[in-house]
Each structure stands twice: as C-alpha cells, then as structure tokens.
Write a protein that binds this ligand. Structure first.
Ligand code: ZN
Length: 507
C-alpha cells in the first residue's frame, strides 16, 4: 500500500469509490437480512440473526471510519473531481464519514444499549398506560440525543444536528415558518369540516373483503403504476415497508386486514410509490452511494403522491371503482362511487397519527416537532410531555386523548432514539403537492390521465425528473430543479382547501 501522502486526486477517488462500493454491498446485505427477519425468517432464527446483523454493522462501521478514508477525502478537498456524479459521490461519502467519526464509540454504545432497553419498556408502558415507567428511559434518550447533537455540531438549535441525520440541511429556521403556515391553514379547515353537516357513512368498510381479492386488486393497481415485477416483489409483513438490495431488487411488503381493507389498499400504493423511486434510479448508480432516494422527505413525497394525490382523487376512482367492485364480492354491495369517494376522504380528528386523514395528519406531526424541539433545547422536561401533548391536541384538533397510550406513548420513534424524524413525513406531503403542479405544467391535467387509468405517463415523468437522479443533487437542489421554487406549504394547503371544500361542501 502506498504512503498516504503519495495519493493524487485520481487515485484517492479510485480508492474511495472501491471502499464506498464495498460499504454499499454490506448495507445491502444488512438490508436483506432485515427484510428476511420481517417477512419469512423462522422465529427460532432471531438470536443468530441479531448476531449476524451486529457483525455486519461493526464491519461496515470499521471500514467507514478507517483513517484511509479521511486521507482520501482530504486529498479530494484539494483536488475535487470534475464531473457532477463524482462530486456527489464525494459529497455523500464525506457526509457519512464525518458523521461517523464525530460520534464517540462510548456514545454510540450508550445509545444502542439505552434504546434496546427502552423498546421493551415502551411496549409495556404503552400497553399499561404507564408513562412514568417510560419516563426515566426517555429522559436518558433525550440526554443522549443532546450529546449526539453536541458531538455532530450545529448552528442555531441543537435540534438542527438531529434533523440533518434524516433530511440533509433541514433546520428549524426552515420548519418553523412552514409549520406556522400549515397551522394557519389547517386548523380552520379542520374546524370547518367539523361543522359540516356531511358525515360520510363508512360502515361498509367492516364488511369482509377476502384477502386474496385485496391482494389481486392491489397488484393490479401497482402494475398499472408501472412497478416492474422483474425488478421487485411484494410480500406480507405486519408493518408495510419498502426495502431491497438495489435498483433491480426492490421489495415491498403489505398487510391485508379483513376489518380495515381500505388501509391495505392505500398502504400498497404508498409502498409502491417508494418502490418506483428506487426502481427508477439510473442503473449506473447501482451499488454506489448515489443510488436510491435523496432524503426521507423526498422519498415520502413519492409515496404520498401515489397514496393520496393520486389514490384519493375522484378521477382515479372513476376508472378503478368498477374494478374494485369486481374484486370486492359483497363488501361493496349497494355502495356507489360517490359514497366510496367520500369515505376515502373522510376527515375526522383522531388520537392516532398513523390512522389520521390527509387534513389532520400534519397537525399530529407538528405537535411532535414542537415537543421534540422543546425537549432537545431544554425548554421542557420529559415529565411535562403528557401535559404538553394533550394541550396541543386540544388546541390543534379539539380533542384530548383519554390515555397516554392513545397520546404521547403511541409512536415507536422516541423509544428508538429517533428525534428529528417526524418532520420528514410532513415534508413529504408538502413536496408531493409541489411535484403534482410541476407534473401538470408538463403533462396537462393529471386528472384526465387518471380517469383513463393511464398512469404510466405520470410514472415516466417522475422517473425522468426525480427518480433517475438518485442522490446526484441535494434535496433542496432537486426540489428547486423539479418545481422551480423552494420547499413551501402553499400548493399543499391550496390542494386540501379545494378538495375538501368540495367533499364537505364548505362555503
Ligand atoms: Zn413512507
């Protein structure tokens, strides 16, 4: 091996490429082990599987923080590559390396020990509605996240360091005005809908819809969306997700509930939206740090685009409702298209985020954002979380959860140590509406295509303008390039007001 000092730019880049390709292979192997664990692994395999995953995780961490990587990156700072692809490659590698070396091993260990303990305690606390059981561990998790923010470094709020882990360069300076404008638009919309005399009747949703028929319908829709079954598959898992090992191997999961078949349908479209993003990446980026989605927020914009902006639109059901009826057996007897459409777009303030509708959903996220930020900035104590939670529920949605199980104990994120993750859900919703506008500017009214069942031109436009780029651009650059404007809430709130004024006949 040559001395570090003898590397020139070209050699440093070549070494860095080889190393990061190895890392991507290790991550793909870990992803596959984890997919298998969630889908088909026999239960008795779990202990060894945890060991296998820990080994791969340690190996990849060692390969990433190897001092050689730092030397190559130093060299590339003085002699940066010329092509956009290689610059992006170096940018991604630098980001991963710097984050990994800044976190002391002792902190990483404390974090992983505390969160694995917290998971079990959170499950029990949620089951028994006992916040004080979870409180000491959550206090420790907040403290460790503050330590993490200090180690990573930040400008402004320490919460910015945590946001950056999920959405590169996202800050509270961006989020505060975004959420403020959402609050201004959404709280009155929820109120107006609550006062509407229209109450969609959803009782037919509890009629049995055979699982095989649900599966067949979901598969038809996903196929029409352009999902490539030669480069992907769909299996069953208790929690729907999208993973895989690369552009040519994208794995969706879904679950099919007898008692809530509508959610199975929409979660199928949601995960397929993620899957199309992964499949649509430039194949030349496969196995490199440029593959896959650029950020959680942009990824979620693709799933929400299909799930909500397409899947909950009247024009979409003009084409698909007759087909759904064919699959539904007696579940849709006596139900017409307009009744179904109204139920698909039912808005009702509720306690649980993951069950929330398009209008109230972002208020659930905003509440979590405000509490997380206050915790990390030290403005409130963990013991004050239940009270803060309930006060915000009352103020934004007009309801107070009867228990912490239905309130601040409902999500797994904090037990996992994930602070800064929630806002990416809302970002996805906002970006999806911006993308819709951009697509219409090129393709004309998308509703015309939806009514014809012609989804492929939309998929092709998304691939050409978003998917193919992988991580070539930063999220902000990509949004600006695609939408001709920076991230903002207006297209989304305009869309909600227009649609729900019609669904609920608001004046
Ligand atoms: Zn998603």
């Amino acid at each position: 091996m040559p001395e570090f000092s003898s590397y020139d730019g070209a050699e440093a880049l070549s070494q860095l490429k080889t190393r990061t390709r190895q890392l991507e292979d290790l991550y793909a192997a870990m992803g596959l082990l984890s997919w298998d664990l969630e889908t088909t692994m026999p239960p008795k395999g779990s202990e060894q599987r945890a060991q296998q995953m820990a080994t791969l995780s340690e190996l990849s961490h060692e390969r990433l923080i190897d001092p050689c990587v730092g030397k190559w990156l130093d060299q590339l700072k003085t002699t940066p590559p010329e092509s956009l692809e290689e610059q992006a490659w170096v940018r991604e590698a630098t980001d991963a390396y710097e984050k990994a070396v800044k976190l002391p091993a002792s902190l990483v260990r404390a974090f992983s020990e505390t969160t694995s303990q917290a998971h079990l305690v959170w499950v029990e606390a949620r089951k028994t509605n006992n916040f004080s059981l979870f409180e000491p561990l959550l206090t420790k998790i907040v403290y460790l996240n503050q330590q993490k923010a200090d180690a990573l470094g930040y400008e402004g709020s320490p919460y910015n360091a945590l946001l950056d882990l999920y959405e590169p360069k996202l800050t509270t300076q961006v989020l505060d005005p975004l959420f403020a404008s959402l609050k201004n638009q959404l709280v009155p919309l929820v109120e107006a809908i609550k006062n509407s005399s229209l109450k969609p009747q959803a009782d037919f949703l509890s009629r049995p819809f055979p699982k095989a028929s649900q599966q067949a319908f979901v598969k038809d829709v996903i196929t029409a969306m352009g999902f490539d079954w030669q480069a992907g598959r769909m299996d069953e898992a208790p929690h729907p997700f999208c993973s895989g090992t690369g552009v040519g191997d994208v794995r969706l999961t879904n679950r099919y509930l007898q008692e809530d078949w509508l959610s199975s349908l929409f979660s199928g479209m949601h995960e397929a939206g993620h899957g199309l993003y992964e499949q649509g990446c430039n194949p030349e980026f496969g196995g490199t740090p440029l593959a896959g989605g650029v950020s959680l927020g942009v990824h979620e914009s693709q799933s929400r685009f299909w799930e909500n902006l397409v899947g909950r639109r009247e024009a979409f059901w003009q084409f698909w409702f007759p087909k759904l009826k064919q699959h539904a057996g007696s579940a849709l007897d006596g139900v017409d298209e307009s009744t179904f459409y109204a139920v698909v777009n039912r808005v009702e303030p509720s306690f649980i985020r993951v069950e929330a509708d398009e209008v109230t959903y972002n208020l659930h996220v905003m509440l979590r954002y405000e509490i997380e930020k206050a915790l990390i900035e030290g403005q409130i104590k963990v013991s004050e979380v239940p009270e803060a939670w309930n006060a915000k529920m009352q103020s934004y949605l007009g309801i107070i959860p009867p228990s912490n199980t239905l309130g601040c104990l409902q999500d797994i994120h904090w037990a996992h140590g994930s602070f800064g993750y929630f806002p990416t859900y809302t970002l996805g919703n906002l970006i999806s509406a911006q993308v819709w506008h951009a697509a219409e500017a090129y393709l004309g009214p998308l509703e015309t295509l939806l009514a014809q069942g012609n989804l492929l031109p939309i998929r092709q436009w998304l691939q050409k303008n978003i998917h193919q780029y992988g991580k070539l651009y930063t999220p902000n650059q990509l949004i600006q390039k695609v939408c001709g404007e920076p991230l903002n809430a207006k297209p989304f709130t305009d869309y909600l007001w227009k649609k729900y004024s019609s669904v609920y006949q608001l004046n």
